[in-house]
Design a protein around this ligand. Structure first.
Ligand code: HEM
Ligand code: SF4
Ligand code: SF4
Length: 502
């Protein structure tokens, strides 16, 4: 279902700017927008019990419309952040991104929705209208359902009798401090991945900003009647993104909601433990072979999960550095193998060993497989299809004219293998991966594009005839591969027909 959503959005957005693939970055953008608009609003805000409501009204009634714009941006960006974080969480869950080396991003991410909820609720309280009063009372009741001194906390700060300027200062302190923690938490959250996409592509940034501005002006975020502790409003419009918890607690009971929140939180936090049972042979971490490593650092530069470090040489080699793989951070994507200069199939020795290799699919195995598969083909216009296992099961394409070589990731293929396959007699080569911008290993498509265009080492050599190569990002769309194969064969056929005349 999730890949169908992504595919559907691919019809509307260019694949690299599909919002479905930038949920984390979009959530961060909304957090930033909310923080920036909040800083400006703070300069116009009076944090006393008397002044709070008036401050909200002043902004709301600004004849220049800047006040509603500011309030709307602040509110709707925060609401959008909740929705985006929820979708980001669901997407990472269905992609099993709690397994293996990703446990760190997973666990640090889990703390963030709670902080977001606290930031939003305290922000809504600061308006001090009927809605805020309802939320403060409901939160106090909810806290009281907890043992361990929460009663004291609720009585001291969240009872309507204790409402005073001190309370407001505390709420303001939390409302400013927690978002800072949230931003810091997001920074920690992406520490174990390299080149984290903090920001979505520019088109999505402008699109999101435009949508939020339009929303802020079309549906101004307005306060309700001022809070009155002697009166209970019969009907309230809620901000469901943050206040959903109150009706839920009313419908189920405070204790049940505590049990649900802690149960779901605990279950999600335990998910990384499944790694033990779900690690397969394919998940064996990369291995460095010092005798073949010249310390160039390309593997460290290309690893999407900061799993490779360059350290001082530990052998007698004249090179200064060597690669070192932290097995706990390695996701076994093989991208480092595609980056290593010693991963070339043109080396003469029988059992080639790369500076860095995947134990379950070494460069030697890859070369042998390519040779054998090509030698076994009997049809005309033979094609080699190198395909990422994550994208689709492309083994159905294997026939008497097509050799299919599965890879852990499209970027695992050293570009020299394309040259090699053509020299072995293939009429054409297809390299296929996940959808553009949706690489299971984050950066694979980016590195492949740069290597093919000669913008990143190792480059595809200039002598390789580009018309005999198709680099595709079909994901699970087999039709794209079929078309490319037919196209390659057509041009090979034309070349064959033209050759005698030439
Ligand atoms: C304020 C909330 C959050 C923000 C702003 C945020 C932002 C981000 C960003 C910018 C990335 C990097 C994406 C990339 O470069 O590929 C990321 C990755 C990730 N996030 Fe979040 N995130 C948040 C909450 C969460 C939550 C609640 C979870 C799940 C528990 C989560 C799980 C992950 C995982 C597993 C990754 C790594 C993805 C990978 O390795 O491919 N995040 N997040
Ligand atoms: S296989 Fe290589 S590139 Fe991929 S995570 Fe492991 S060390 Fe990094
Ligand atoms: S890319 Fe290969 S040669 Fe370069 S540091 Fe990594 S393992 Fe060594």
């Amino acid at each position: 279902m999730f890949s169908q959503v992504a595919d559907f959005l691919d019809n509307i957005f260019p694949p690299h700017a599909n919002p479905w693939r930038h949920l984390g970055g979009l959530a961060f953008l909304c957090l930033l927008l909310s923080c920036l608009s909040g800083i400006i609003a703070y300069t116009m805000y009076d944090t006393s019990v008397q002044g709070a409501y008036e401050s909200g009204l002043r902004l709301q009634n600004d004849p220049m419309r800047l006040g509603p714009l500011l309030r709307g941006l602040h509110r709707y960006a925060a609401d959008a952040a909740v929705l985006l974080v929820l979708l980001h969480l669901i997407r990472e869950t269905v992609q099993f991104h709690f397994l293996g080396a990703r446990w760190f991003s997973w666990l640090t991410g889990l703390g963030l929705p709670g902080l977001l909820l606290i930031s939003g609720l305290t922000g809504l309280w600061l308006l001090w209208d009927e809605r805020a009063l309802y939320s403060v009372t409901a939160t106090a009741q909810w806290l009281q359902a907890l043992p361990l001194g929460s009663e004291l906390l609720a009585r001291n700060f969240l009872s309507t009798q204790a409402l005073n300027d001190r309370f407001f200062s505390l709420i303001m302190f939390i409302h400013i401090g927690v978002p800072l923690l949230l931003l810091g938490g997001t920074w920690v959250h992406v520490q174990r991945i390299s080149m984290a996409r903090f920001y979505p592509p520019r088109s999505l940034i402008w699109g999101s900003l435009g949508m939020l501005v339009a929303l802020a002006l079309a549906f101004p975020a307005e306060s309700l009647n001022p809070a009155d502790t002697s009166f209970n409003a019969a009907q309230l419009s809620l901000d469901w993104f943050f206040m959903f918890i109150h009706p839920l607690a009313q419908a189920l009971s405070d204790q049940t909601v505590w049990l649900m929140v802690s149960g779901v939180g605990l279950a999600l936090a335990m998910l990384p433990l499944l790694t033990k049972f779900m690690r397969t042979a394919v998940s064996q971490p990369a291995q460095v072979h010092l005798a073949h490593c010249n310390g160039c650092g390309r593997c460290a530069a290309d690893c999407p999960f900061t799993a490779v470090m360059m350290t001082q040489r530990s052998d007698a080699s004249p090179h200064k550095f060597q690669a070192w793989v932290n097995p706990n951070l390695c996701t076994a994507c093989g991208i480092c193998v595609g980056a290593c200069p010693s991963s070339t199939p043109f080396r003469r020795i029988e059992d080639i060993v790369s500076g860095i290799d995947m134990p379950d699919l070494t460069v030697a195995m890859l070369r042998n497989q390519l040779k054998h598969e090509l030698a076994a083909l009997t049809g005309l216009h033979q094609i080699v299809l190198f395909s990422c296992r994550q994208a689709a099961n492309l083994s159905c394409f294997a026939d008497h004219s097509t050799a299919v070589i599965p890879l852990h990731c499209a970027a695992m293929l050293p570009p020299s293998f394309i040259d090699y396959a053509l020299r072995l007699g293939a009429a054409g080569v297809i390299l296929a991966g996940c959808k553009e911008g949706a690489c299971e290993f984050r950066l694979g498509d980016q590195w492949v594009r740069q290597r093919m265009a000669g913008l990143r080492e190792p480059q595809l050599r200039a002598r390789v005839p580009r018309e005999r190569l198709r680099v595709l990002w079909p994901g699970r769309d087999h039709l794209v591969i079929q078309k490319a194969a037919a196209d390659l064969r057509r041009s090979a056929n034309l070349t064959a027909l033209q050759t005698p005349h030439d």
